[in-house]
Design a binder for this molecule. Structure first.
Ligand code: GUN
Length: 279
């Protein structure tokens, strides 16, 4: 069994990005990312802090907009419009989830798709489906980089993705389809999940439910990617029963230290790309 070490690949990528940022600065462009956080969700606060710290480390200028949970949809959108028009800002990220009174689609659609470094804007979702978006969503993009680094073949492979969310599951299945894999997207209403997962050459779980994927649900030699992040008694845990599943897997991501650090590296990558595009 080989660990898919997102922590070390992310470090390598961040070092490369840092060099490219330095080069860009010599040409007079400072890459800038605006990170918007509405309310005080502790997990969101943690993610946003990690993202801004990662920007600092590679020399990307980051602006933090923290807004109270009572902010109106229109007020939030007016801040986005201001950032759309700010030439110092190359990437705009609105941390999700948003409070229930704010319509997520309206907010995402307000972001200039050329600054949509999360890849959530309908323009990028649509062009992702065709295979050539301006930005790939960071989590599935990071997983594709792990496959590339460890030379995991996708063409013709049976891949099962568990979790059909907009942030990971749906874009992941599009990217794998574009890479010529045969993809089955499973979710909360899927019948006989085990029947599906146990046939997978590659299994990706993005649900957020500890112990969802157990040893008897996976095939011998399967590649397992765990995107889940939950906390049990203060300990970060994925969707996969690592102890049992790692005995059968050929490759497996740890949690933490697998997909999470890759998500952040790809955000930096997308921001750098946007800054380069702006020249
Ligand atoms: N919430 C959970 N994951 C993400 C992400 O990748 N981007 C944003 N904006 N919000 C998230």
């Amino acid at each position: 069994m080989v660990l898919l070490d997102g922590k070390s690949l992310s470090k390598k990528m961040r070092e490369e990005i840092k060099k490219e940022v330095e080069g860009l600065k010599k040409q007079g462009v400072i890459p800038g990312l605006a990170v918007m956080l509405v309310g005080e969700n502790p997990a969101s606060q943690l993610y946003v802090n990690m993202k801004t710290k990662a920007c600092e480390d590679v020399g990307i200028y980051s602006i933090n907009h923290r807004m109270p949970k009572e902010i109106s949809e229109d007020e939030l959108i007016s801040v986005i419009k201001m950032l759309n028009n700010n030439p110092m800002v190359h990437g705009i990220l609105v941390q999700l989830p948003l409070p229930p009174h704010i319509r997520e689609e309206r907010v995402i659609e307000a972001i200039d798709y050329k600054k949509d470094v999360d890849g959530f804007h309908p323009y990028n979702v649509g062009t992702l489906s065709r295979g050539n978006p301006m930005f790939y969503p960071c989590t599935p993009f990071g997983i594709m980089k792990l496959f590339e680094e460890y030379k995991i073949e996708l063409k013709g492979k049976d891949v099962v993705v568990v979790g059909a969310g907009n942030i990971t599951g749906k874009p992941m299945s599009a990217m794998l389809t574009n890479a010529d894999a045969t993809v089955q997207l499973c979710h909360i209403h899927t019948k006989n999940l085990k029947d599906k997962t146990s046939k997978a050459d590659i299994l990706i779980s993005a649900v957020g439910k500890p112990h969802l994927i157990t040893q008897e649900m996976v095939k011998e030699g399967c590649v397992v990617v765990d995107v889940g992040i939950s906390k049990i008694n203060g300990k970060v845990t994925g969707d996969v029963d690592f102890e049992g599943v790692s005995q059968k897997a050929s490759y497996i991501t740890p949690v933490p230290g697998g997909v999470g650090p890759m998500t952040i590296a790809m955000l930096l990558y997308n921001t750098l790309k946007s800054a380069i595009n702006s020249k």
